[in-house]
Design a protein. Sequence first.
Length: 422
Amino acid sequence: MFDLDRWNEIWHALAKNKVRSLLTAFGVFWGIFMLIVMSGASNGLKNGIVEGVAKFATNSAFLWTDRTGEPYKGFKRGRYWNMNSDDLEYVKTHVTEIEHITPKNFGRFNDAANVLRGKLTGSYNVKGDYPDYVLIDPVNVLKGRWINEMDIREKRKVCVIGEKVYETMFEKDEEPLGEYLKISGVYYQVVGVIRPETRVNINGRTEESIFIPFTTMQQTYNMGNQVHFLAFTAKPGVPVSVVEDKIKSAIKKRHSIAPTDEQAIRSVNIEKQFQQMSGLFTGIAILTWIVGIGTLMAGVIGVSNIMLVIVRERTKEIGVQRALGAKPRTIISQIMLESVVLTTVAGYIGLSLGVGLLELVNKVLESQQTDGSNEMFFRHPEVNLSIALAALAVLVVAGLFAGSIPAKRALSIKPIEALREE
């Protein structure tokens, strides 16, 4: 234990070199401050992205068609083709690893203002969907309901509209359910209003889209049995890539497409995207620690240098202590404690200000989001307790490291030579 006199000696020693001590302490302060801020910022980015897709089915993938990339069975390269409803039934029967599979079509209208209601007009994405699609990309039903099986079987002319469509095509507080929208010349009754629960947008933002039954779109807009897009999930324990390859092989076989043609069917594997995202965040965390600790080490080297200066200026004092019988561990503990105090105080201030800044940013972000939407890509910048404890541990170790070299220098001082020092 060190008594009050010892602490006074420490502060007196640092005070005699206050300018150099402050500059050196700033290096430690800045290192720990940057470590905390960068760590919190990376967590904020991670939280924003993860929360934006948290409810999306991670065991899913999407398929759509493109021009063929290879000649095959008499067909030339560059052939246009489409999937169809028969492909969907075939895949359901022959690929047993599928949990959910649902088609999706997109309205391809030439008119700019494709939606009318009285004197109001708008241009929106129109999509044909099955009820199961929300099992992959969930939505929050604000009013009414989502598309159901009866809509599909009876090819009803009903629609579900996004929140932004409702705000534009209806007056504030006006009841939309039961009202009609004229979509590219055909009237549809509004049965629901939705808000997306994820930020995954397929062919346009969900809140700015209108959804009609898949079979209704095929019939009303003369699409025959075309399928523009397939979404599916794999059963638990089955890699999505396995199901993806099987579905591609089955469809290629039915449409006389070369098995090696990678261009004819495009796809996005959400499972792989999430794995890449996880690797990216791990890389950001590692980079944060490398940069933060590197900056902190620069400050620690500065602390070591200032302690060497202090030892140099206290040569006579240390010599007197050695002459009076001070033990080596007393000298070592004194120098190292001064180093630890300098680094810990500077680091604690940096840690506190870093956490305070992150909390301030978090409050500002929360105040800007008042409508319950999920639009922000940066959320809850925070530092985990484990990171804070690790930072404190780094401070103590850094202080001991910074004081070790000056302590050895102090022990090398011979009492006789120290007493002669002016």
